[in-house]
Each structure stands twice: as structure tokens, then as C-alpha cells.
Ligand binder design. Structure first.
Ligand SMILES: *Cc1c(COP(=O)(O)O)cnc(C)c1O
Length: 475
């Protein structure tokens, strides 16, 4: 496709202004550029067509099924976009005095209350801009908590199935990660945990359901072991789409949890807006929350900056506000019962897929899964086919690929998360396609190895793409 710069013609414009009815005056020369900015010059329809055509080349939730495990690529309801575009929200300035933005503060406050209720914890910050930053925020609060108590704990425990952001957040927060291996059922090894948990360990970071899609059924025991040595328990809340209205992390013993509003609460990932990773905590961690903390007194909302033990700010101003509007809309519209049916549908959809495919792909952990499940393509190796080839072939059939090669403890992993927003028809089309691909692997492996055939670009050199990142057009 032509670049927008190649389409540009000098002097072409996408706007027209009415004739001046005041005397023309020039900007003083010190404020003027010496050389014109290198921007493309196009008409409005050319700009619109350019970006619409680009959007068609890529896969997205508005185009087709997106079973990317761990990412909860659910459909983003359009009503979220409608409320996020109300001028009363879009025209706000973050420096406006509190008394002029009471409605916006009320929305943030109520969103916080809903999120706290969903996980049954006591206090919250909406500031972090992603799950990973939520992890960093919470683990930094763990650090501040132990510093305040005069304890110099060094380590945070992380299961070997954890997401890569977990050890990264631990390092950034000034602890060292210690890995604990899963048992043969894919769960935290309780005996191991009891051996390694001691007074040098600040806590455990856990994903529940874990990244194999399995519920950590020993969570009560895990919590007892960690707390008995004075440690804290952190929930990586990326998999909350399995728990809404069914189980509350606060009841399981977690002291802190992050939310990914762009996963569980139907706000866009990336292109349609930034992310958001609020963090809810138990009372004992409240003093360490980032400043400012939003409070309500006599029906008025205000920001509290008088917090001597706070870890400080983690985001400019208050977080990604228009994302809060979208998540708030979602929660208000589907309500308490709706949230419960979200998780029930997500769990049902995942199990239907995994059970339908287990005769065609290896199923490493046969337990029923929660909202996502992990298969392995290792049974296709005998035909010279790898999981990567299956993923690429799916693109030819108009599906986004599942997450592959994660979690690391499953060889040739295929991690499938259908979410709650797909119809039975779509789910069955996906199952049929996966079965078809497994048959192709046997009968015509070359077609998989050379896939994709129908996408705008074929196989990309992913290493080169990551190492030689080009984000800017140059002549
Ligand atoms: C997505 C995810 C994260 C990180 O969240 P971001 O919002 O992408 O930063 C952490 N842990 C798990 C298990 C995830 O799936």
C-alpha cells in the first residue's frame, strides 16, 4: 500500500476557512519555523480512505475472532465510545479546580467503588496506565510497607508459569524474583512454597486462574503459608474475566490486585486508546497508595495529597480518564448479574473449545479450565509442523492466532481465550477450522509451513522487526 507521504501533493488541503473579517497579521518571526514541517498534504477523503484501508489490512476485534490467550480481546461495546465522547468529559482540563469537575470525580470515585467491591478489597488507585504498571505500583507499595516496618526483605516469589511482566516489576521495585516450579497438575507446589517462604521473602505474586487457565484451588493454604511468615500476597488480575461475581480475590487472601480495564472491562487495547491498570489493596497498604487519593466528604469529591507514606505519583495527573468512562459505562450497563454471566460465558466458551480440540491437539493439563485453556502442538511435530505454523495458517482462515509459546512451561503452547463476547456459531467455526488445520498438518504440511498465503504480508522477520524498529517516515 502507498504511504500517506507518497500520496501527498504540495498545497493540497483537508480544510477550508471562511474569509477573514479582521485585519490579517503575521506571527512574529521568532515563533515561525525556518523550514516547513515535513507533513503529508492531502484532502480529508484521502486521509479517511488511507486509514480505513490500513485498518482493513490488520486484524482487530471489530473484524473477527481474536482468541489471544491471556489478553482478553473481548468486543468493545460502542456505547462505551458514545459516553467517552460526551463533551462534558472530552472538554475537561486536568488542571481545572475540583469544584468545577465534580461529575468527573464522582465517576472516578464510583468506578473505584465498583472495582473494590468486585475484588473485595479496601482502597484503590486508578493511576497506573497498564497491568504491568499496576504490578510495579503494588510491589513498590509492598517495598514501602516493609521499609515502614523496618524490615529489609529481599525477594518476591513467582511461579514458573507467570507472565514476563511479573519478574520485571519485581526488579523495578527493588526486590529480586525467586521462581517456584509448578507441580505436575500445573498448580503452585505447596510443599515447595512452604520450604522457600521465610522472613527474607516479601511475598508471592500469583495469577489466579493461572496462565494455564487453571484455578489455584489451594489458594487458602497458599495464603496461610505466605502470611504466616509476614509476607504479602499479590494477584496478577489479568485473568479476572474468569472470576467476576463468582469469587473475590480479597476472600482468597490477596492483599493487592491489579485490574486490566482493557482486558476485563471492555476498553480498547492500544490503537483505540491507552490502557488502564488500577490497583486495589487491603487496608494495611492504603497509606502507601500513589498521590493523590480521591476522597468523598459531605457529598463532595476532592483529591487528598497529604499522604506522607505514599510511594508518590505513577502517572501524570490522575490516570487515563476517558478509559475510566468506558469501563464505568460497561459496569453500569451490564450490572452485577451481567458481570457474573460474563465470567460464566467466558468459562463455558473456553471449555467447549478445549474439549472439542483435545483429540486433535495435545492437552497437557486435562483438568477443566477457567476462561482460557492451553493446548500443545507437539503432536504435530512428527509431520514437521510447529505451533507457529498452525498460528500462521489460522490467519488464512480469517482468525487471529491464539497466544503461542506461552506459558513457557508448555512446549509448543497454544493458549486459547475466546472471551464471553463470541456467539456459539463463531466458536464452532473456530473449532472446525482448528480441526481442519490439524488434518492439513498430516496431509499437506507444506501448506502450513508456508502460511499465511492470504494476508497482505507473508511471514515477517520478527527479530528484525523488533531490533530495527522504524517508527518514522524519512525521505
Ligand atoms: C496482560 C497481562 C499482564 C500485563 O498487563 P498489561 O496491561 O499488558 O501491561 C500481566 N500478567 C498477565 C497474566 C497478563 O495476561
Amino acid at each position: 500500500m502507498e504511504l500517506i507521504f507518497e500520496r501527498s501533493r504540495p498545497g493540497r488541503k483537508g480544510f477550508s476557512l471562511p474569509r477573514l473579517d479582521v485585519p490579517e497579521s503575521e506571527l512574529p518571526s521568532k515563533y515561525r519555523r525556518k523550514t516547513p514541517a515535513e507533513l503529508p498534504e492531502l484532502s480529508e477523503p484521502e486521509v479517511v480512505r488511507h486509514f480505513i484501508n490500513l485498518s482493513i489490512l490488520n486484524h482487530h476485534v471489530d473484524k473477527g475472532f481474536y482468541p489471544l490467550g491471556s489478553c482478553t480481546m473481548k468486543y468493545n461495546p460502542k456505547i462505551n465510545e458514545e459516553t467517552a465522547r460526551y463533551p462534558g468529559f472530552t472538554q475537561l482540563h486536568p488542571l481545572q479546580p475540583e469544584r468545577t469537575v465534580q461529575g468527573a470525580l464522582q465517576l472516578m470515585y464510583e468506578l473505584g467503588e465498583y472495582l473494590k467491591k468486585i475484588v473485595n478489597l479496601d482502597a484503590i488507585t486508578l493511576q497506573p496506565a497498564a497491568g504491568a504498571q499496576g504490578e510495579f505500583t503494588a510491589i513498590s507499595m509492598f517495598k514501602a510497607y516493609f521499609n515502614k516496618k523496618g524490615e529489609r526483605r529481599k525477594y518476591i516469589l513467582i511461579p514458573d508459569s507467570a507472565h514476563g511482566t511479573n519478574p520485571a516489576s519485581v526488579n523495578f521495585s527493588g526486590f529480586k524474583p525467586l521462581t517456584i516450579n509448578s507441580d505436575d497438575q500445573g498448580l503452585v507446589d505447596i510443599k515447595k512454597l512452604a520450604q522457600v517462604m521465610n522472613e527474607e521473602v516479601a511475598g508471592l505474586m500469583l495469577t489466579n486462574p493461572n496462565t494455564l487457565g487453571l484455578f489455584e484451588k489451594n489458594i487458602k493454604t497458599i495464603s496461610e503459608i505466605v502470611h504466616s511468615k509476614g509476607g504479602l500476597l499479590y494477584l496478577d488480575g489479568a485473568n479476572l474475566n474468569a472470576l467476576l461475581g463468582l469469587a473475590r480475590p480479597g476472600d482468597m487472601g490477596f492483599d493487592a490486585v491489579h485490574f486490566n480495564l482493557h482486558k476485563t472491562f471492555s476498553t480498547p487495547h492500544g490503537g483505540g486508546g491507552p490502557g488502564s491498570g488500577p490497583v486495589a489493596v487491603r487496608k494495611i497498604l492504603e497509606p502507601f497508595l500513589p498521590v493523590p487519593v480521591l476522597r468523598k466528604e459531605n457529598g463532595k469529591f476532592y483529591f487528598d495529597y497529604e499522604r506522607p507514606d505514599s510511594i508518590g505519583k505513577v502517572h501524570s495527573f490522575y490516570g487515563n480518564f476517558l478509559i475510566f468512562v468506558r469501563a464505568y459505562t460497561y459496569i453500569r450497563i451490564i450490572g452485577e448479574e451481567g458481570l457474573q454471566s460474563v465470567s460464566r460465558a467466558a468459562i463455558l466458551n473456553a471449555n467447549y473449545i478445549i474439549q472439542s480440540l483435545k483429540d486433535y491437539y495435545h492437552l497437557p493439563y486435562p483438568e477443566f479450565c477457567m476462561h482460557e485453556g492451553v493446548l500443545s502442538g507437539k503432536n504435530l511435530k512428527e509431520y514437521g509442523v510447529r505451533t507457529l505454523d498452525v498460528a500462521k495458517r489460522l490467519l488464512d482462515y480469517g482468525f487471529h492466532a491464539p497466544t503461542i509459546y506461552f506459558p513457557l512451561i508448555v512446549s509448543e503452547a497454544l493458549m486459547i481465550e475466546p472471551t464471553d463476547t463470541e456467539s456459539l456459531q463463531t466458536i464452532e467455526e473456530f473449532i472446525e477450522t482448528m480441526i481442519k488445520i490439524a488434518k492439513e498438518a498430516k496431509e499437506n504440511p507444506e501448506i502450513l509451513k508456508s502460511a499465511p498465503h492470504k494476508t497482505p504480508v507473508r511471514r515477517l522477520d520478527e527479530v528484525k522487526a523488533a531490533k530495527e524498529l522504524k517508527l518514522r517516515w524519512q525521505k
